[in-house]
Write a protein that binds this ligand. Sequence first.
Ligand code: NDP
Ligand code: OXD
Length: 313
Amino acid sequence: MLPVMKRIFIASRGNPEHLASLFRAELPMHEVLTAAPGPGDAPVPYIVVGRPTPGVIGAVPGIEVVLSLNAGIEHLLASGEVPAGLPIVRLVDDGLVEGMADWVLGHALAWHRNFALYRDLQAKGVWEPQPEKLARERIVTVLGAGALGAPVAAHFVRFGFNTRVWSRSGRGIEGARSFAGREHLLDAVRGADILVSLLPLTAETENILDASVFGALGHGGFFINGARGGHVVDADLIAALDSGQLTAAALDVFRTEPLPPEHPFWRHAKIMISPHVAAPTHAHTAVKQMAENIRRYERGEPLTHVVDRTLGY
Ligand code: NDP
Ligand code: OXD
């Protein structure tokens, strides 16, 4: 008798055929579908999702594991479509880490060395050296010490910045000072020159970046958001920029995406916008990680990076 081929349904809306070909190469003994199976079809234990069309997950027969193409999964929890008890595996992969590190460090170094300011002076034909600080004279606070926050903080340490990290558990990063819990958030950000957010969006972190946080930073600081727009109280950010408390903000993520044309962020001279590209999912690295998790599951080993639904990340 032929062995039953386990089925994987790629429910991604962006290039499912490419993902399917990578899965087929990684897991040749699996059947990979790109069209939704019907209710009477054979079970499909694995579904691969980005931001799935409403109703898709619930219609697939026999799902055992939901594999996310994203690191942040708050939309899957909010949709209520993944039945309780079904594991959601979020994306943790070196492609995401590499992308986020470039994006955050790129912005931080450019601000630290006044690149945008010199560009403006160049446009006016002005030769005007600015006071230049050493990295060790700057404090950087990274919010989140997880799969992305920890390596980003480690990069800041390597560049010589005075680095702090804040998380729920107070996880240590070599060379950085760790802070834990809501009661120490302001201690973690007080006097910092650069604030980087790499937190997940949960009930506890929504709207966490408000006037109190921006006000605790050192005067003239820089805010970098690579995480989620829902962390930020938009009006408080604009007020901090307008008052000079912040000199700039680099924002990759927004409450509503795409950022609506009428949103004041678009036209703010101190805001740099990118369209949620800080750490895009690279199919070739992501599929390897997901396929390895499927192999683990089929060997009877625990899945890695399963979302804790109580914590929301
Ligand atoms: P992880 O789950 O690995 O890390 C989350 C970190 O945040 C952990 O250190 C955790 O603390 C900390 N944290 C969570 N809740 C709290 C809280 N209430 N108070 C303090 N600290 C808290 O996530 P990743 O690093 O993989 O990803 C972070 C986020 O980045 C994603 O959720 C997503 O929103 C965003 N992202 C954005 C991308 C982009 O292109 N812009 C791409 C990929 C991700 P502890 O260590 O104690 O658990
Ligand atoms: C995200 C991702 O969570 O793209 O933003 O992985």
